[in-house]
Design a protein around this ligand. Sequence first.
Ligand code: FBP
Length: 551
Amino acid sequence: MKKSALQRVRAEYQPKLPKSLQGPVKLKVGKATESVANQEDIKNLFPHTYGMPVVEFERDENPSRLEEPFNVGIILSGGQAPGGHNVVSGIFDGIKSLNRESRLYGFLMGPSGFIKHQYMELTAGYIKEYRNTGGFDIIGSGRTKLETPEQFESGLKILKELDIKALVIIGGDDSNTNAAVLAEYYKSKGEDIQVIGVPKTIDGDLKNEWIEASFGFDTACKVYSEVIGNIQRDCNSAKKYYHFIKLMGRSASHIALECALQTQPNYCIISEEVQAKRMTLDNIVSALCYMIAERAKLGWNFGTVLVPEGLIEFIPSMKKLIQEMNDVLVEYAAELEGLEELDKLRAIHSHLSEGNKELFKSLPKDIALQLSLDRDSHGNVQVSLIDTESLISRMVAKRLEEMEEEGQYSGKFATQHHFFGYEGRCADPSNFDADYTYSLGFNAAMLINAGLTGYMSSVRNLTDKPENWIAGGIPITMMMNMEKRHGEMKPVIQKALVNLNGKPYLKFASMRDTLMLNTLYQYPGPIQYFGPAEVCDRPSMTLLLEHGKEV
Ligand code: FBP
């Protein structure tokens, strides 16, 4: 296939590695760990993999042994995130650096390829085509939940057949939770198979002290910020539209917040704040109408509003409704099956409690239907399918009409709606993500060679130069707590939502009033791969602020 000029040149880019991984490594073992919460429960559920130490790699200046070859299998799990191909390249180069005879196998289309024994060997020639590119198309991805002993056993057969020593699961919080369960399962059965996780998700919600960022967040936010900037330039040129821009990120508002920091829109809703302040949809609409009315007084009937994808689940009354709907959709699945739209809504309505009935009825039909769609394989509402941006702008329009009648508003309110998500998930990784993912993959190969299982690849100190990054591993059980899923308490990796006491949020909050009543848009422009380091290698503002750096 013919490649674009940028593809050809970018293919030659050699991602940077931390100094510690640029040659033979030795392992520095830290202290035993505890899970973030519910220690007793997690310990009981993971008797073989609980409490393991955090580990770090150092350069081994006097390597004494020749490494044996070993085979590795990989799974790309869940939503695409820029840099996945470099994780694969990093693992490949890592295992080959230890022994040229080592082999890499990719399971096709996510966990289902592992269960159904659909795989391919990833050779040097094949991988070459994918280095530094976006997407997960090298082997495909999928959302099948890997959770039952039957699936684990089926996977075990193919691992044995291919003489695979370790499985690397590249995924988000749910997939890495499953990696920990699988590691525990194989260990409890005395099987000599290791499982290693790699932190992936554009949503940015898989992070903690040891995992400073999930890969893909940096690139996705830069792509969205570029287009938000372009929209803002358009908006400020024509001065006739309010743009309501929904941004992916599932539950967490990290993406919306990062894009707000990069582009300085007039308004950005942060779901975590809505929940903390127990705001209603009405409160959000009022705040927006206030801004629109004030801007209209200045003669400005235009503006930009960022809306996080998961907002709806964070409005306390909606959250209660969604929780009850989750149960209704499971309990009355047979009754709801095959019903026409309106009949389905009526049936759901009839099974709701009194308080929720009223709220459900007040929703526009399209939104009620979107909320009634099937949950994903992990039991989550598919928030990317809910037109929250349009729901809010319609409610704002209605309220402005009332305000106009009461003489409280005089202006024009014309809207445009956008949803940015899929546009950024497969972008070619930024230099930061290209280096970070390659390092995560290479590091995973070293964790395997060190004989570890139930660990997540961890590369830290990310606001420094890649050569000074710290590479090692963190036991997945350390990140876990117990949460209710499908009505049952389950061990899961704790999601990192936006911290309302954290520097990124506080920075945005300090600018908010000024941004509402002024037009101070920033235009970040497209991702740059070549040029000055301050343009090309700059990590996300979230990461910089979290590390106490100036932005
Ligand atoms: P992951 O948690 O799998 O990384 O999901 C990322 C994401 O892009 C979310 O932001 C979004 O809500 C979801 O995937 C969309 O899912 P799908 O790709 O199935 O439409």
